[in-house]
Design a protein around this ligand. Structure first.
Ligand SMILES: C[S@@+](CC[C@H](N)C(=O)[O-])C[C@H]1O[C@@H](n2cnc3c(N)ncnc32)[C@H](O)[C@@H]1O
Length: 372
């Protein structure tokens, strides 16, 4: 067994404050179970202060490059070291890391708006969902498909694209989808990536039933020429209609940040809680546009989870975050079980709850679709 230590990204502390080390440890514990080669001892995960700076420590067998690459994607990880010698003055040997990231970081950071789910938290939720699926080992070698059925302005979609995955989304808020369409088309042009993109009405019986944003692009011209493209497909529609637009068993992961249910009833609370900038008062109620009203985030989950579960491939996983002030964990878990999913509740999965602000205590739930 060797000892390892990693530095937590400074921004991680800003997002989670006191909870930063425990969030990092919980994510590491879930990822550890998914590492194919190394025996990372989840029980050994702890914290230490070296040279006045806090590190997350763990013990593992020799880390293969593949293991190190998987760990490199931890949402909290800044730099990883093998620890030689004894505390308080050990020798820290840097472990080379190759992240999955395929594009410039501005894909994730340019868009700032009230109601945006923090991008580091989004990465954590995607990572934990991926690590809990049967596809965890395939992330770097196969193009997985991620669906965010409450995609807003695309924080999860962008993280999925960053990893080289296909990204599918839906949101009922026309302004969100429009803003995302403008952003992603501009970004593809600015980065001079070969692409095709469009935003158009979907008609049935000559009636417009939704709007759809699609894009195909690749990181290099050669990949694009060879048809090795990433796909983006986003629908402006109520999430319960997912089945009209996305095939059954077509995605590996479903990842969603539920409305937080504070300030407004709106369409199930909409963007009540802003994580970037101020609270988005008025965003959720939106009396100007007719939209289906759902009473609460929990009602939304109960109504929509069966459609989300249908879109998942067997072995796929679903990850949701929500405000525990408006729905208890057991209630949210029951909604996922009722949709035929297996909720994961080993100790690692129970350690993600953290405070966002006075009105929001956020938690995550991960559930798996059983193999056929
Ligand atoms: C917490 S926000 C997610 C924000 C998103 N992750 C982002 O960073 O932009 C919840 C989203 O759910 C959407 N929403 C609420 N009810 C919906 C419904 N019934 N169908 C589709 N989207 C809905 C809201 O419009 C909002 O964008």
């Amino acid at each position: 067994m060797s000892r390892y230590a990693f530095l937590i990204l400074p921004s991680h502390n800003r997002v989670y404050a006191d909870a930063a080390p425990s969030m990092a440890r919980a994510e590491l514990a879930v990822l550890a179970a998914a590492l194919p080669d190394a025996v990372l001892d989840a029980g050994s995960v702890g914290e230490a202060v070296i040279g006045g700076v806090p590190y997350v420590m763990f013990e593992a067998g020799e880390l293969s490059q593949r293991d190190a690459n998987l760990l490199a994607n931890l949402s909290s990880l800044y730099a990883l070291f093998e620890v030689r010698g004894d505390l308080p003055r050990p020798v820290l040997q840097p472990v080379p890391l190759r992240r999955l990231d395929r594009y410039d970081a501005d894909l994730l950071t340019i868009l700032k708006y009230a109601g945006k789910t923090n991008e580091q938290f989004t990465k954590l939720l995607l990572n934990v969902t991926l690590a809990s699926s049967a596809f965890a080992g395939e992330a770097g070698t196969r193009r997985l498909a991620v669906l965010d059925p409450l995609c807003g302005r695309g924080t999860t979609l962008n993280q999925a694209l960053m990893y080289g995955f296909d990204a599918y989304g839906a949101d009922v808020d026309a302004r969100d989808i429009e803003a995302y369409a403008v952003f992603i088309q501009r970004w593809l042009k600015d980065k001079r990536l070969k692409h095709q993109a469009g935003f158009f009405p979907v008609r049935r019986d000559r009636r417009v039933v939704a709007r759809r944003l699609t894009a195909q692009f690749a990181a290099t011209k050669d990949e694009y020429k060879a048809g090795d493209v990433q796909r983006l497909d986003v629908i402006e529609a109520d999430t319960s209609r997912i089945g009209e637009f996305f095939r059954k068993e077509s995605v590996n992961l479903v990842v969603a940040d539920l409305p937080y249910g504070v300030q407004h009833g709106g369409h199930a609370g909409g963007h009540a809680a802003g994580y970037v900038g101020s609270h988005a008062a008025g965003r959720a109620g939106g009396g100007d546009r007719a939209r289906p009203l759902t009473r609460s985030p929990l009602d939304l989950l109960r109504t929509a989870a069966p459609a989300w579960a249908k879109a998942l491939r067997p072995g796929g996983a679903l990850g949701v975050s929500w405000n525990t002030r408006v729905a208890r964990r057991e209630e949210a878990a029951a909604a996922l079980s009722a949709a035929g999913l297996e909720v994961l509740d080993s100790p690692a999965y129970l350690a993600f709850r953290h405070r966002v602000d006075q009105a929001i205590s956020r938690d995550i739930l991960i559930a798996r679709k059983p193999m056929a």
